[in-house]
Design a protein around this ligand. Structure first.
Ligand code: CCH
Length: 290
C-alpha cells in the first residue's frame, strides 16, 4: 500500500510543538508512575511498537495508520504494559483532537526521548488514521527468548543494518522489564529515565549469570541488580554486533548520532513524505524556559 503523508490541515510546526509541550509537562506531573521512573520509557516503547509491525515486503503495518488504537493490536500479548502509555496519551488527544494517532504515538516517543536527555530526533508529521481493517495480525513484534540469528533476521523486515539494530536496542537503557507484562523482571541499568549508553557499558562490564525467571524465561542477572534478555545478550555473542556494542560503550556521542538516525527511520518506515512536509526539531521544555 502507498502511504503518503498528509499534514493535518492548517497545522504548522508550532502546533506540534504545543503537543510536545503538553506531553513533556504531563511526564513531569505524573512522575510517580512505575516507582518514579515516570512515563518516559513506556512512551518510547509505545512509539517503537506502533512502528514495529512494519513489513517492507508489502509496506503493511508500521506507524502510519495508527492502528495500535484498535483492540486487536492493543491486546497483542507483545503489547502488554503499553496500555499505560495509551491511557497517558488519551487526555493529550482530547486536547489536540486534530492529530492523527500515528503522529501522536511517534511524537510521544520523540518527546519522551528528548526530555530524558536523549538526542534531538527530527520528526515529520502527516501520518493518516487508517481503518480497523488495516490492523496487522498479532505476532509481528520480536520474541526476546532468541539469539543473534533471530534478531538479524527479524530486523530484515525493516531493512535495518547490523549497526542500526545494535543502536536501536540501546534504548533498553530506559525503563525496565515487568514480570506481569513479559515474564522478565528488572532494569538494564541504574539510570532508568535518563537516555545514555549505559546498556552497552553494562552488557560489557557486568558479571552476568544466566538464570530462569518465575515465568520460565531465560534472563541474565548481575550482582548490581541489572538484567539482560537473551536477545540483548546476543549482541555480545555475535562478532559483528559486538563491534558496535564496544563502539557505543566507548563513545556516547557516536551512539546518540546513530540512535537518532535509526529511530527516525523506524518511525518513518514505509511513509512517503511529499516535498514541502516540514521536518521539525522540537525544543525541550528546558530550552524554552531560557
Ligand atoms: Fe524493548 N523490550 N525490545 N525495545 N523496550 C522491553 C522493554 C522496553 C524487546 C523486548 C522487550 C526495542 C527492541 C526490543 C524498549 C524500547 C525498545 C520488554 C519488557 C521486552 C520483553 C516489557 C515489560 O515487561 O514491561 C526485544 C525482543 C527487542 C528486539 O529484539 C527497541 C528497538 C526499542 C526502542 C527503540 C523500552 C524503552 C522498554 C522499557 C519499557 C518500560 O515500561 O520501562
Amino acid at each position: 500500500a502507498l502511504r503518503v503523508a498528509e499534514v493535518e490541515k492548517g497545522k504548522t510546526p508550532e502546533d506540534f510543538q504545543q503537543v510536545y509541550n503538553a506531553i513533556a509537562k504531563k511526564i513531569i506531573d505524573d512522575d510517580e508512575y512505575d516507582n518514579y521512573i515516570g512515563y518516559g520509557p513506556v512512551l518510547v516503547r509505545l512509539s517503537w511498537h506502533s512502528a514495529g509491525t512494519f513489513d517492507k515486503n508489502d509496506n503493511s503495518g508500521g506507524s502510519y495508520g495508527g492502528t495500535y488504537r484498535f483492540p486487536k493490536e492493543t491486546n497483542d500479548p507483545s503489547n502488554k504494559g503499553l496500555q499505560n502509555a495509551k491511557a497517558f496519551l488519551e487526555p493529550i488527544y482530547e486536547q489536540f483532537p486534530w492529530i492523527s494517532h500515528g503522529d501522536l504515538y511517534t511524537l510521544g516517543g520523540v518527546t519522551a526521548l528528548q526530555e530524558m536527555q536523549g538526542p534531538k530526533v527530527p520528526w515529520r508529521p502527516g501520518r493518516v488514521d487508517l481503518p480497523e481493517s488495516a490492523t496487522p495480525e498479532n505476532g509481528r513484534l520480536p520474541d526476546a527468548e532468541n539469539g543473534a540469528d533471530y534478531v538479524r533476521n527479524f530486523f530484515k523486515r525493516f531493512g535495518f543494518t547490523d549497526q542500526e539494530v545494535v543502536a536501536l536496542i540501546g534504548a533498553h537503557a530506559l525503563g525496565k522489564t515487568h514480570m506481569a507484562n513479559s515474564g522478565y523482571e528488572g532494569p538494564w541499568g541504574a539510570a532508568t529515565n535518563t537516555f545514555s549508553n549505559e546498556f552497552f557499558v553494562n552488557l560489557l562490564n557486568e558479571q552476568w549469570k544466566k538464570e530462569k525467571t518465575e515465568a520460565g524465561n531465560s534472563q541474565y542477572n548481575s550482582p548490581s541488580g541489572f538484567m539482560m534478555m537473551p536477545t540483548d545478550f546476543a549482541l555480545k555473542e555475535d562478532n559483528t554486533y559486538l563491534k558496535y556494542v564496544k563502539k557505543y560503550a566507548e563513545n556516547q556521542d557516536v551512539f546518540f548520532e546513530d540512535f537518532k538516525n535509526a529511530y527516525k527511520k523506524l518511525l518513518e518506515n514505509g511513509i512517503e513524505f511529499p516535498e514541502g512536509t516540514p521536518t521539525i526539531v522540537f525544543k525541550t521544555l528546558d530550552e524554552q524556559e531560557q
